[in-house]
Design a protein around this ligand. Structure first.
Ligand code: IPM
Ligand code: MN
Length: 359
């Protein structure tokens, strides 16, 4: 009997549905080839639904989503909805409710993809950022006082518990052991770099650095490095080849992964996973809804397709996940660009190319 996985599909807003359709096309091709089933159920969460019903995400939908093997998300956001409502009400709420405490963002430059960094190619840009996804500034603790006066005070707390830091770092060390350079046959050592700001955020990084060494002592096969976040931005541009696996807190991780994304060809190709290694994980292209390209069959679906590959790998279908990645690397050299409307192909054609390369 073939294995079957229950997938909740959340196409979302803007170009989300278009890229998710291509992702599903490729996932179905992989399922047929590797002999497993994907049972997909769609949910219309997002801006359209919010404008229609006033609802972002109900408790009952959250409860249903807990029953799936994984969630496949397009993008959420709407030009007619005030910033923050959908982000907090849907995306962040799902991350928090499902305790998806890892945000895994591979930084991989596929062959033929234009890179804004001179002299850097697929050999140099091949690392992974593990962003803590449950705490830090995203915890949402803070407020305003004396509003409307010159003495107004705004507070937003950067906070972490030992347990949050420990589980994230443990995941990162395990990941570096399993997928680091040496493990992938691409170097003689697996490395994990902690990115922080220990020279200024002394309490924060006293905790992170201490737990990093504590947990790291259990992983003698993973070399530990530490970099400040500002210097990391510089290195990511000047010498990205120095990175193997990178781990950092939530806000820094948000920022550096957009920088990383442009070095791998932009948001059209960058995929990510919100992982609860013990629960339900959610996979998404890291870009947004790209409203100006909606309905034009012009947006790049590769990030969504790559997110689908990550999903299969996380479900234990590693061969299928890897073969989708290989199919992407056969497709990128055929494309003129990774930018919307400049690919030399339509959205659906790019999906077809990947599905064909897979078959
Ligand atoms: C991301 C996004 C989100 C974040 C926003 C939309 C809330 O930028 O997934 O990186 O800040 O995490
Ligand atoms: Mn972001």
């Amino acid at each position: 009997m073939s294995k079957s996985y229950k997938i909740a599909v959340l196409p979302g807003d803007g170009t989300g549905p278009e890229v998710i359709a291509e992702g599903c096309k490729v996932l179905d091709a992989a399922a047929a080839k590797f002999g497993f089933k994907l049972e997909k159920v769609s949910y219309d969460l997002g801006g359209e639904r919010y404008l229609r019903t006033g609802e972002t995400l109900s408790d009952s939908v959250v409860a249903e989503l807990r029953g799936f093997d994984a969630i496949y998300l397009g993008a959420i956001g709407h030009t007619d909805v005030k910033p923050g409502i959908l982000e907090k009400g849907v995306l962040l709420r799902l991350r928090f409710e499902l305790d998806q405490y890892i945000n895994l963002r591979p930084v991989k430059l596929y062959p033929g993809v234009q890179c804004p960094l001179r002299d850097k190619g697929p050999e140099q840009i091949d690392y992974c950022v593990i962003r803590e996804n449950s705490g830090g500034l995203y915890t949402g603790i803070g407020g305003l006082s004396r509003k409307g006066t010159k003495d107004e005070v705004a507070v937003q707390q950067m906070m972490y518990t030992y347990a949050q830091v420990e589980r994230c770092l443990r995941y990162a060390f395990e990941y570096a052991r399993k997928y680091g350079r040496k493990a992938r046959g691409k170097g003689d050592i697996n490395k994990l770099a902690l990115v922080g700001k220990s020279n200024v955020l002394t309490y924060m990084y006293e905790l992170w650095n201490r737990v990093f060494d504590e947990v790291g002592s259990e992983y003698p096969d993973v070399k530990r490095e530490y970099y400040h976040v500002d210097a990391t931005c510089l290195y990511m541009v000047a010498c990205p080849e120095m990175f193997d696996v990178v781990v950092t807190e939530n806000m820094f991780g948000d920022i550096i992964t957009d920088l990383a994304a442009i070095t791998q060809g932009g948001l059209g190709v960058a995929a990510g996973g919100n992982l609860n290694p013990e629960g339900v994980s959610m996979f998404e292209p890291i870009g947004g809804t790209a409203p100006m390209w909606t309905g034009k069959n012009a947006i790049n679906p590769l990030a969504a397709i790559g997110a689908g590959a990550m999903m299969l790998t996380a479900l234990g279908e590693e061969k299928a996940g890897t073969s989708i990645e290989n199919a992407i690397s056969v497709t990128t050299p055929k494309m003129k660009s990774q930018l919307a409307d400049q690919m030399g192909f339509t959205t659906t054609q790019v999906g077809d190319l990947v599905a064909e390369a897979l078959a």
